[in-house]
Design a protein around this ligand. Structure first.
Ligand SMILES: Cc1ncc(COP(=O)(O)O)c(C=O)c1O
Length: 401
């Protein structure tokens, strides 16, 4: 069949895929040594694989083949109970009827698109924003408007003018409040309050995507939308174990109004029936053993160390040539060069030279940020990070991009 003859559904026009995810395939094909700052992956060294292996063995020994059965769409009771108990000890305490277990944060975002976005609906996103988040919204036909960000997160004060220009109210506002992907910045409390007030005035859903909030380096907590909203149905909170346990588990959750959760269950039943059962039981047992909090403590100090090491390497190799953000948590740091640098062109040469990152353009639906790039500091040791940053500097100096 000629490709043009494929009887595509109209919605495939919005399917752009993800440059971030495609980079995994591209990098796996390379045979030479590459220091990858590309994917937002937890450090391999801190994934609790020994505990996982022990828990899997005991799950199998105790439950046998039952572990591999279909599960309830809303999630395994063991995980729901343990998660509720854990959240009770955090500012995100919630209740059973507000909770649905999802196949990672991505499924939470996809469900948000499915429930709230009709083709042509206006959706506001941060610029730059998480590629897969905007790609998901585009796949549902969203008409995306980008709102600028600075060191205090989305510039919420700019929204009324953007909305006025668009000539209609936003159906949803997609925001990553803590240690944003890709810049690493966090939204100030004042802006969170203002955004919530605007969402209430406009009756817009806040898609509150927060995979990194538990990975704050200091202990200063900024109340999130879940907390500030006090159960407001307009706040749709997407969470995941990917960054705090392991991304391959594909286990996350959504906290939303009970009426919305009922619809989410219907929607998830047409997607994947239930989230991976063995991995839900694994996560539940990890929580039951009280391992999550000490694990988070180790992650926070290790990632802080890695972030500082990356900043020291940047200072050594890029002082005067670029600026970078100063994240107080999470995984990412954002590097901005002068306008003459094109990081998309830099990418191929950098990979050949043994270092990978995600070019800035990947994070904008309008093709902005061509002179910036995202670095994940979490996945590399300080020694590997220094090697990668020095390779990046060498690549830049031998190339006029
Ligand atoms: C902001 C943000 N949201 C959602 C996700 C997706 O999480 P998951 O891997 O659990 O699907 C990521 C992963 O990088 C992310 O950075």
């Amino acid at each position: 069949m000629n490709p043009v003859d494929v009887p595509w559904a109209a919605r495939t026009r919005g399917l752009g895929g993800s440059i971030i995810d495609s980079s995994t395939t591209l990098l796996q094909r390379q045979t030479h040594d590459i220091v990858s700052f590309a994917m937002g992956s937890p450090a391999a060294e801190v994934v609790p694989s020994e505990a996982f292996s022990e828990i899997y063995s005991s799950l199998l020994a105790t439950n046998g083949a039952e572990v591999f059965g279909y599960g309830a769409t809303e999630g395994e009771t063991a995980l729901r109970d343990e998660l509720l108990a854990y959240l009770e000890t955090t500012p995100e305490r919630t209740s059973a009827e507000r909770l649905i277990i999802t196949s990672g944060g991505m499924q939470g975002l996809d469900l948000a698109g499915k429930l709230f976005v009709d083709p042509g609906d206006l959706v506001i996103v941060e610029a730059p924003t998480y590629t897969n988040g905007s790609a998901t919204l585009l796949a549902y036909g969203a008409d995306i408007v980008e709102a600028p960000i600075d060191d205090d997160g989305m510039m919420v004060g700019a929204l009324p003018e953007l909305v006025q220009k668009a000539g209609r109210l936003p159906k949803a506002i997609y925001v990553i409040p803590n240690f944003q992907n890709p810049t690493g910045t966090a939204m100030s409390l004042e802006r969170r309050r203002l955004l919530l007030a605007l969402a209430r005035e406009w009756q817009s859903i806040i898609i509150d995507d927060d995979p990194y909030g538990m990975l704050r380096f200091d202990h200063m907590h900024i109340p999130g939308f879940r907390e500030l909203g006090g159960g407001d149905p307009l706040v749709f909170s997407v969470r995941t174990f990917s960054k705090i346990l392991a991304p391959g588990l594909r286990v996350g959750w959504v906290d939303a109004d009970p009426t919305i959760v009922a619809k989410l269950i219907d929607a998830k039943q047409t997607m994947d029936t239930c989230t991976n059962v063995p991995n839900q039981l694994l996560s539940a047992e990890f929580l039951r053993r009280g391992e999550l909090e000490p694990h988070l403590g180790r992650l926070r100090s290790e990632y802080h160390r890695r972030m500082r090491a990356m900043q020291a390497s940047l200072e050594k190799h890029f002082a005067g040539q670029a600026t970078w953000t100063n994240p107080q948590g999470g995984f990412f740091l954002w590097l901005t060069f002068g306008d003459h640098v094109d990081t998309s062109k830099l990418f191929d040469a950098a990979v050949r030279n043994g270092v990978a990152f995600i070019p800035g353009r990947a994070f904008s639906v309008t093709g902005g940020f061509g002179n910036a790039l995202r670095l994940c500091f979490a996945s590399q040791t300080p020694e590997r990070s220094e090697l990668g940053i020095s390779r990046l500097a060498d690549t830049l100096s031998t190339l006029s991009v």
